[in-house]
Design a protein around this ligand. Structure first.
Ligand SMILES: NC(=O)C1=CN([C@@H]2O[C@H](COP(=O)(O)OP(=O)(O)OC[C@H]3O[C@@H](n4cnc5c(N)ncnc54)[C@H](OP(=O)(O)O)[C@@H]3O)[C@@H](O)[C@H]2O)C=CC1
Ligand SMILES: O=C(O)[C@@H]1CCC=N1
Length: 269
């Protein structure tokens, strides 16, 4: 079982993980944050009451390390930490695109690496976190890392070859829903609804639809067809979505995210 976790680079996603661990009952002295700027370190101490230490001190004290810096900062971070990792300390990367091999190449031999892709709904304990074990990660270690992420929402283990697609769907996915929410809210305002009313309608509809997707024993197609009355309002809206090739735009958008993850791997290899 993991007792002390260091989050290296506690920015947006790192602090979402940090806050989830604290809500799940982790003691404040069991989670160590690191930050690049003094300003960020100060705000982390004030917001969460955790210790913010140097990367080196955090790694020395932790029995698992989460790398939560941007992919372009990961190489320099690991270089700074050469010689600091104790043999066998699990290293979990949440960096989009960077493969397990990137970390194994830069860490001591036999380091158990786990590539993980969470998402920002960790802030409300509704994350989707998808994990892939590295070459030296045994089942017990993977299970311990999965336990770390479980309080933040749902977890799933997949082969690493799927991680770029996972990143494009669930890692980036919240942004697509926000984009849709923004467009629907604007449409409401265009038709004369007060903005706060339109936003409320969209939010509750999104929440209801999400719960139906999870809880009703029906496919998205069946759920949509149940809303579309013959010659009704919805089918006219969906016809416009088809005319504007929204389905095809979604596919292209998600493939573009997947391709960018691949490019990141090549850029920083
Ligand atoms: N945002 C998201 O929805 C998701 C992001 N991810 C992944 O999470 C990672 C972080 O993304 P995100 O949280 O959005 O980015 P942020 O920029 O918000 O967070 C990264 C943090 O790392 C800090 N940092 C950079 N270098 C160092 C260093 N050497 N030592 C200590 N801290 C350092 C930065 O400090 P400073 O602010 O001072 O520059 C920053 O606070 C990325 O790899 C991304 O791919 C994964 C899933 C979802
Ligand atoms: O946009 C990004 O690169 C990161 C990874 C997944 C979500 N945000």
């Amino acid at each position: 079982m993991l007792k002390t976790v260091a989050i290296l680079g506690t920015g947006k996603m790192g602090s979402a993980i940090l806050s989830g661990l604290l809500r799940a009952g982790w003691a404040r002295d069991s989670v160590i944050a690191t930050a690049r700027s003094a300003e960020r370190a100060k705000s982390l101490r004030e917001a969460y009451g955790v210790a913010v230490e140097s990367n080196t001190d955090a790694v020395l004290r932790a029995d698992a390390v989460v790398v939560a810096v941007k992919p372009q900062d990961a190489g320099a971070l690991l270089e700074e930490l050469t010689g600091s990792f104790a043999a066998g300390t699990p290293v979990v990367s949440i960096c989009a695109g960077l493969p397990v091999a990137f970390f194994e190449k830069r860490l001591p031999d036999s380091t158990p690496v786990v590539r993980a892709m969470p998402n920002t709904p960790a802030l409300v304990d509704e994350a989707m976190t998808v994990l892939s074990p590295g070459t030296h990660t045994d089942d017990a270690c993977l299970a311990a890392v999965e336990e770390l992420f479980k309080p933040l929402g749902r977890t799933l283990v997949v082969d690493e070859k799927h991680q770029d697609a996972v990143t494009a769907i669930s890692g980036s996915g919240p942004a697509y829903f926000y984009y849709l929410a923004e467009a629907m809210t604007e449409a409401g305002v265009l038709m004369g609804l007060p903005r706060d009313v339109a936003a409320d309608l969209v939010t509750q509809t999104a929440l209801g639809a999400a719960r139906m997707l999870r809880e009703a024993d029906s496919s998205p197609v069946e759920l949509r067809e149940a809303v579309e009355s013959p010659a009704g309002t919805t089918i006219n809206a969906v016809r416009q979505l088809d005319n504007h090739r929204v389905r095809s735009a979604m596919t292209d958008a998600i493939e573009a995210a997947r391709d960018r993850a691949r490019e990141i791997a090549d850029e920083y290899a």
